[in-house]
Ligand binder design. Structure first.
Ligand code: PLP
Length: 347
């Protein structure tokens, strides 16, 4: 069985330095990072608590494979700290968080959730999927969490050309256990993929700065557009809460917005775009746009989607590194053309 390749160690060292962490394991995708953590620590009878708007692939895994293994899962609004307190039981093995959530961009207070969890169950591991921020913008280990995992496919690689993942921890016992699971599953990334991520890391900081400044310009445009009802982004909500300012060093390039129009308007808007490409991935150098309800999150039950505000006219835009004016002109043109079609439809 393939155990390690020559490219894995240097990449893991780079990732550990970036995160200021003791141990990193690279995996061939974000999903294999998640699977490695679940397989290592969840056993039949255990309970896992996640934020209700967690990454849809993780929710699907918990709804299918892990339910069959008798692992129960509760999905809650993690901004409600009383609900967190009520939901942790003696069986809770993992509390899994993603903040900001995707696509609603809701943020959760890691330090308070760590404090509550530790008080109620010393055996519970607090795990953060930090894909959407990276350690440049947010370092959950410094706030007392046990494990941080990533889809490196996104910002760290940044070039939309490979899949990879990683798991980060400061705890040597946790690390040794995870290493065994990775080994037995053969979850070892290729040397080529490792070198591609190394390439991406060299420009990560500067890319994030540009993603953030481009996103700010796009948000300013969306906020005043008559075709947009509401805009969601980390940058729009992070400053007034002191815990949020402590938790995050800035914002990323992710923006969601609810259209002033129905699902057909949303589909037509995407069809009319010429520069921004339609795609389910995010966090790469090129902008990608999607309708989560019918694309990335189509497998989330409709009532769960609506419960968190993911309507059919909600758009998620991963703002890339293009000239933001080009993106704005492209969206404005697409809004006008899609609106003309809506008016024709109603006539
Ligand atoms: C937050 C998050 N975690 C994990 C994953 C899975 O990563 P991968 O596509 O690298 O398997 C994704 C994929 O979109 C994601 O958005």
């Amino acid at each position: 069985m393939k155990q390690l390749n020559i490219g894995t160690y240097p990449l893991e060292e780079s990732l550990a330095t970036l995160e200021n962490a003791k141990h990193v394991l690279a995996t061939p995708s974000g999903m294999t990072a998640i699977q490695t953590v679940f397989q290592t620590f969840l056993t039949p009878g255990d309970h896992i608590l996640v934020n209700e708007d967690m990454y849809s692939g993780t929710l699907k895994l918990l709804r299918t494979l892990y339910v069959d293994m008798n692992i129960s899962c509760d999905k809650i609004d993690m901004s409600d700290l009383e609900a967190v307190e009520k939901s942790i039981t003696s069986k809770t093995r993992i509390v899994l968080l993603e903040s900001p959530s995707n696509p609603m961009m809701r943020i959760y207070d890691f330090a308070s959730i760590v404090r509550i969890t530790r008080k109620l169950n010393q055996d519970t591991l607090i795990v953060v999927d930090n894909t959407i921020m990276t350690s440049v913008l947010q370092n959950p280990l410094e706030l007392g969490t046990d494990i941080v995992l990533y889809s490196l496919t996104k910002y760290q690689n940044g070039h939309q050309d490979i899949f990879m993942g990683s798991i980060v921890t400061n705890d040597s016992d946790i690390f040794e256990k995870l290493k065994i699971t990775r080994h037995w599953n053969g979850f070892i990334p290729s040397q080529w993929d490792c070198s591609m991520v190394e390439r991406g890391l060299k420009t990560l900081r500067i890319r994030l700065t540009k993603h953030e400044s481009n996103a700010k310009k796009v948000i300013d445009f969306l906020k005043v557009s008559p075709f947009v009802e509401q805009v969601f982004s980390v940058g729009l909500q992070s400053t007034d809460e002191s815990w949020a300012a402590r938790q995050m060093n800035g914002s990323n390039g992710m923006v969601s917005f609810r259209l002033n129009g129905d699902s057909e308007f949303a589909i037509n808007f995407l069809k009319k775009l010429k520069i921004i490409m339609v795609g389910e991935s995010y966090a790469g150098f090129e902008s990608l746009i999607c309708i989560p309800a019918v694309m990335t999150h189509h497998n989330v039950p409709k009532e769960d989607r609506l419960h968190v505000g993911m309507t059919d006219n909600l758009i998620r835009l991963s703002v890339g590194l293009e000239d933001p004016e080009d993106l704005i002109v492209d969206m404005n043109r697409a809004f006008i053309l899609a609106n003309q079609e809506s008016v024709r439809r109603q006539e």
